[in-house]
Every structure is written in structure tokens, then in C-alpha cells.
Design a binder for this molecule. Structure first.
Ligand SMILES: C[S@@+](CC[C@H](N)C(=O)[O-])C[C@H]1O[C@@H](n2cnc3c(N)ncnc32)[C@H](O)[C@@H]1O
Length: 214
């Protein structure tokens, strides 16, 4: 099935990006944690305690990439997180070292931070692009949870078919941590997830940002 490129009136970085990211760095986000996210976190936290290493697949969808990461990191506990129970229910062939959690990422990341988690790997593959300029705060780098997400450490990889998203993400990392990761365009020869496959088949340019947070 072919897919359309994100359509945005925004050219280049959002004019309020810097102000927004710096505001979020100065204050910690206080919105109450949802009960279902807390319960989901508590369940996985007991597994995480005994795991030699942790990998998160944030916004995993049907968890194809979670399975791939679990095969790549056989000694780690690989946790796929998504808010959609419908998508999670379509997961197939998960290795034993993978598990799936239905939770809001804005909650899960804060709970992981409070629990002192340090990740080995953190995948953020094709988050919803929110291409309208008015939706800056819904993009993860414009969201108040962004500093807590970066604080989890590890090798963080964002993938997107929306170049503005990747460029803003890299700039937001720089504003938060004073190091600027590169935005690299790449070809998905062997797609890691359904969205990557769909975008690759539609001929979209794809972008990745890799940040080493240790
Ligand atoms: C565009 S899909 C990408 C799915 C998958 N990573 C892939 O590449 O095929 C974005 C996913 O993020 C999930 N998502 C969006 N906002 C979320 C949130 N606040 N908390 C948890 N999951 C969220 C959606 O349910 C959806 O499955």
C-alpha cells in the first residue's frame, strides 16, 4: 500500500522549538501518571530488575521491530511499549526475551527515570509526525517528557520519514545536552517495521538520528 509524505506548512525548524525545549529543561513535568501505565510499568519492572541489560522499543506498534531487537540483543530484556492494545494484539513470533506493555510513553518514560533505569538501546521508530506547525508540543522533542526520555541513557535511535522531525529532534538534543547528533538519510534495504516497509515501498526518503547518551 502506498503512503503519502507528511504534508506540512512548516519550512525548517519550528520558530518556537528553542524556547519550548529550554522551558521543558528548566522544569520537571508534573502531570499525574495514569493508573494503567503505572500498573504496566510495575509488572515489567520486576522482570527488568533481573535483566542484565534493557532495550526499549518506544511506540512499537505491532512489535515487528521489538522481535528484531530481541534477536539482536539475546542477553537483554527488550520491552515494546505502545498505547494501542489493538496494535499490540497483532504481535507475532516474539522471542522469549521480549515483552510488550500497553502504556502511555509520557508516563512510562517518567516512571523508568524515577526507577533509575539505564538503557542499552532505545528505539523510537517512526513516531507520529504531527506535521502541522500547531502540533509542535506533540512531537516527542517538543513534549515536556523529552528531558526524562534522554535521561534514560543508552544508544537512542530515532527514525522518521519527516525530515523536519529529524532535524528538530537533533537540535532539541543539542539544546538539552550540548551535543549535536547528525541527521543521516538512509535506505531501508531490509525494513525493520511495518511503517518503515510502507515508507520504503512508497519511495520516501528516510532519516535517522543516533545519539550515544552514555
Ligand atoms: C507511526 S506508528 C509506528 C509504529 C512502529 N514503530 C513502526 O515503525 O511500524 C506510531 C506508534 O506509536 C504509538 N503511539 C503514539 N503515541 C503514543 C503514546 N503517547 N504512547 C504510546 N504509544 C504511542 C501508536 O499507537 C503507534 O503504534
Amino acid at each position: 500500500m502506498s503512503s503519502r509524505l507528511p504534508v506540512s506548512s512548516q519550512q525548517g525548524l519550528h520558530p518556537r522549538l528553542e524556547r519550548t525545549v529550554l522551558r521543558h529543561c528548566r522544569s520537571s513535568w508534573q502531570q499525574p501518571i495514569r493508573q494503567h501505565s503505572r500498573q504496566a510499568f510495575d509488572q515489567v519492572a520486576s522482570l527488568a530488575e533481573h535483566a542484565p541489560a534493557l532495550v526499549l522499543d518506544a511506540g512499537c506498534g505491532v512489535a515487528e521491530s521489538t522481535a528484531h531487537l530481541a534477536r539482536q540483543h539475546p542477553d537483554a530484556l527488550v520491552i515494546g511499549i505502545d498505547k494501542s492494545s489493538h496494535r499490540l494484539a497483532r504481535a507475532r513470533d516474539l522471542p522469549d526475551n521480549a515483552c510488550l506493555v500497553r502504556a502511555e510513553l509520557g508516563d512510562f518514560w517518567r516512571l523508568a527515570r524515577q526507577a533509575g533505569w539505564r538503557l542499552r538501546e532505545h528505539a523510537l521508530y517512526y513516531p507520529n509526525p504531527w506535521p502541522k506547525a500547531t502540533h509542535l508540543l506533540r512531537r516527542w522533542h517538543g513534549h515536556p517528557v523529552f528531558p526524562a526520555m534522554l535521561a534514560l541513557g543508552g544508544r537512542l535511535e530515532l527514525r522518521s520519514n519527516f525530515e523536519v522531525y529529524a532535524l528538530e529532534f537533533a537540535r532539541a538534543v543539542e539544546l538539552t545536552l550540548s551535543m549535536r547528533p547528525e541527521v543521516v538519510s538512509f535506505q531501508a534495504v531490509d525494513p525493520i517495521s511495518p511503517f518503515e516497509r510502507k515508507y520504503a515501498l512508497s519511495g520516501h526518503p528516510l532519516y535517522r538520528v543516533i545519539v550515544n547518551l552514555d
